[in-house]
Design a protein around this ligand. Structure first.
Ligand SMILES: [Zn+2]
Ligand SMILES: [Zn+2]
Length: 450
């Protein structure tokens, strides 16, 4: 009896223990599932997106080639802008044109309630003569899509075409932002992301997060690079004019040698950088222009220097601006020279919002496979997408455009730059999933996003 009741008791406890374990494992699984859920994991929707891409791809490739053949410089993207607006209208989007000169916005309203997010594509080309032998090489002499903005524009249009027939899967709305003058507006004009923001691109409806990408020639089609936090540098520029006194080259003590001073200043800037800037917080100063002097045996009284400053943090930006001016003052005063110094703040660093990056990483991994989502070490190039990241959470990634069978390809801004067009379909797929998942993840975001 005792032993029977003991056995019964033991069995009872075992059953309870197993039940508890099942319950615990179930809860854990549920939590894990809700954390890793992405639309990208929804096979039906995923194959629907693939089919839509397949359907629209021939037209998108035609559009991309048209854009490539007809590149337009910053703030002059008149035909590009018209093409974008008419394509968006034909897909039933609400379209606004003429924002920040030639910018276009297309709003895609989903069937489900939710918030609004944005996707930004830049449209401008560069003043470069194309070398490529492709049948769709630039027809506009001296102007070329050498930074791949034709690919960006095509991906944004393609995504709008794909998602406009999937409104029932959209919780909220998507604002497609086609931006002029990313490479900088013509001298004396405003333009680019900052002007779009000034003209209200982030409002009506207010967008809670913004996505962007850039073609990246260092990785294969089918791969992306991204990371959380700072990814691209700020881009500031400075100019120094040194005013000395001319004299005979054989009698330098009677003049103030501006060329000698400029050489001291250049060496001092570079050497002081290595002793005052935290090596774990990268920064670059490059002096790309120096002009001065008129003859080999005349001491130069004027020298003009111009350079660029790239940093990943605001602290370094301010530190380096002060450092350059202090060095200039420190060298000119003892020699009786004077100087003019001007420092122009360009776009700030591009910053991937850590909360948004954490939520979106599984989507990239689902779409491309974990092995194709590569880490992006901070780059010292710049991009005015950063202006949006200053206002709202941003997510920016690099899209592989290298043909995998080639070892390397010409870099961005090269007259031989020729991205693999298969990257367009990959880009549309990634962006479609990122946007849908971001809207579906409404409850996963911390309050700063939602
Ligand atoms: Zn560029
Ligand atoms: Zn670019």
């Amino acid at each position: 009896m005792t032993s029977l009741s003991f056995r019964t008791n033991m069995m009872y406890h075992r059953i309870m223990l197993i039940r508890l374990m099942v319950k615990f494992v179930g809860l854990f699984m549920l939590a894990a599932c809700s954390l890793s859920f992405t639309h990208a994991a929804d096979k039906t929707l995923s194959s629907l997106i693939d089919k839509k891409i397949e359907k629209h791809l021939p037209e998108i490739i035609r559009i991309r080639r048209f854009l490539h053949m007809n590149p337009e410089l910053g703030n002059r993207e008149f035909e590009t802008s018209k093409l974008v607006a008419s394509k968006l209208l034909s897909q039933g989007l609400e379209v606004k044109s003429g924002i920040a000169k030639t910018g276009v916005i297309g709003i895609l309203q989903g069937d489900q309630a939710g918030f609004s997010i944005g996707f930004r594509a830049d449209m401008d080309a560069l003043p470069i003569q194309e070398n490529s032998q492709t049948p769709y090489a630039s027809l506009n002499p001296g102007v070329m899509h050498a930074c791949g903005h034709d690919i960006h524009t095509s991906i944004a249009l393609g995504t709008a075409m794909v998602l406009s027939s999937l409104r029932d899967h959209i919780n909220g709305s998507i604002k497609f932002i086609f931006q002029p003058a990313e490479e900088g507006p013509p001298a004396g004009e405003e333009g680019g992301a900052s002007l779009m923001i000034k003209e209200g691109v982030l409002a009506d409806p207010d967008i809670k997060a913004i996505f962007g990408l850039h073609v990246w020639p260092e990785i294969d089609v089918g791969q992306v690079r991204f990371s959380s936090g700072p990814v691209l540098a700020s881009a500031d520029s400075f100019e120094i004019s040194l005013h000395g006194k001319s004299s005979h080259g054989a009698r330098p003590h009677e003049g103030v040698d501006a060329i000698f001073l400029s050489s001291q200043i250049i060496v001092a800037i570079h050497s002081t950088m290595s002793r005052t800037v935290d090596p774990m917080d990268p920064a670059v100063v490059s002096i790309g222009k120096i002009q001065g002097g008129i003859r080999s045996n005349i001491i130069a009284d004027e020298v003009h220097l111009a350079g660029t400053v790239r940093t990943l943090t605001e602290a370094n930006r301010t530190r380096i601006q002060n450092l350059i001016e202090n060095i200039t003052r420190g060298f000119t005063q003892p020699f009786g020279a004077s100087y003019d110094f001007s420092y122009r703040r360009g776009s700030p660093p591009v910053y991937n919002h850590p909360g948004l990056a954490e939520v979106m990483r599984p989507t990239l991994e689902q779409v491309l496979g974990k092995a194709n989502v590569l880490n992006l070490p901070p780059q010292m190039v710049a991009e005015d997408f950063s202006e949006f990241c200053q206002k709202i959470p941003g997510f920016y990634f690099m899209l592989g455009v290298k043909n995998p069978s080639q070892k390397s390809m010409p870099p961005l801004h090269s007259p031989d730059f020729n991205p693999d067009e298969r990257s367009i379909a990959v880009g549309i797929k990634i962006v479609s999933h990122l946007l849908l998942d971001c809207l579906a993840h409404r409850n996963s975001f911390k309050s700063e996003i939602y």
